[in-house]
Design a protein around this ligand. Structure first.
Ligand code: ZN
Length: 241
C-alpha cells in the first residue's frame, strides 16, 4: 500500500499529536483516493495534523468480513523486551548519518526481528533515496514515502524528501516502516484477504511505532465522514479525551 505525502495543497499544522520530545513529530495520515499505478488504496500522508483517512469498505461480502475484522482489531502483541527499541535507536542514528547502506541494514534488522517475533515470513526491504513525486490532476503532487507489495512482500521506504533531498525525519521514516510492516501482518499474521487502512490498522501501526520508539501510545479519536469512512480527530487525540 502506498504511503504518500501531499507535497502541496495541504496545510500542514504544527505538531500537536506526538509526544513533547520534539516540536514536529509526524503521524501517519491519510489523504484521498489517489490513483496509483499498480497499487490500490488511498494516498497516505505522514504529516501530523493532516487527515488520517480510512479506506472505503470493499463491496464483496467475503472481503467486507475481513475489513470489519481489521477495523475492529485494535490490538497487537508486542515484545516484552527491548529488542525492537534497541534496533529502532540504531536506525535513528543511521538515518541521521544519511547514507543508505547502514539505514538499510538497520531496517532489515528491525523487520527481521519483528517478523520473527510475530512468526511470519521475513520481508525484503529496499531503502531508496529521494522520494518520487507523482503529479495528479489539478496540480496536486504526492511524495511516496513507502509501500508494500502483497505479491513480493517487498517493503520500500524512501529516506529523502523529493525536492530538497533532505533526510526524512525519523518519526516520518519509522512510522512509514511500521505502517508498511503492518500491511504484511494483515496478510501473514491476521490472515486477512486484503489489507486496508482501517481504524484498527492505524491503531495497530501506532502501537508498533510507539512501542519500538519508546514513546507513550495515544488513544486515537475518530470522526465519521460521509461515505462511511473515518478520519482522525487530531484535536481530541492530542488532548487525549
Ligand atoms: Zn498503507
Amino acid at each position: 500500500m502506498p504511503f504518500l505525502l501531499a507535497a502541496r495543497g495541504f496545510r500542514i499544522p504544527v505538531e500537536t499529536a506526538g509526544s513533547s520530545q520534539t516540536g514536529n513529530r509526524v503521524q501517519p495520515v491519510g489523504v484521498s483516493s489517489a490513483p496509483w499505478p499498480g497499487l490500490r488504496g488511498p494516498a497516505i500522508t505522514v504529516k501530523n495534523g493532516v487527515v488520517v483517512l480510512t479506506d472505503p469498505k470493499p463491496r464483496k461480502r467475503v472481503l467486507l468480513a475481513d475489513f470489519i475484522r481489521s477495523d475492529e482489531n485494535h490490538a497487537l502483541d508486542l515484545p516484552q523486551d527491548d529488542r525492537l527499541k534497541t534496533i529502532s535507536a540504531s536506525l535513528e542514528t543511521a538515518l541521521k548519518e544519511g547514507s543508505i547502506p547502514p539505514v538499510r541494514l538497520a531496517c532489515e534488522k528491525f523487520l527481521n526481528s519483528a517478523a520473527d517475533f510475530y512468526k511470519v515470513e521475513r520481508t525484503p526491504i529496499r531503502v531508496l533515496a529521494a522520494r518520487p513525486v507523482r503529479s495528479r490532476e489539478g496540480g496536486w503532487g504526492y511524495e511516496l514515502f513507502g509501500d508494500y507489495h502483497p505479491d513480493t512482500e517487498l517493503i520500500r521506504v524512501w529516506m529523502r524528501t523529493a525536492v530538497r533531498k533532505q533526510v526524512t525525519t525519523y518519526g516520518t521514516f519509522f512510522s512509514t516502516l511500521c505502517h508498511e510492516f503492518c500491511h504484511h501482518l494483515d496478510y501473514k499474521l491476521f490472515g486477512y484477504r486484503d489489507t486496508w487502512h482501517t481504524r484498527g490498522f492505524y491503531e495497530r501501526a501506532a502501537l508498533l511505532y510507539h512501542h519500538a520508539r519508546g514513546t507513550p501510545p495515544k488513544r486515537l479519536f475518530w470522526v465519521q465522514i460521509p461515505g462511511g469512512r473515518w478520519r482522525i480527530d487530531w484535536q481530541r487525540t492530542t488532548r487525549g479525551r
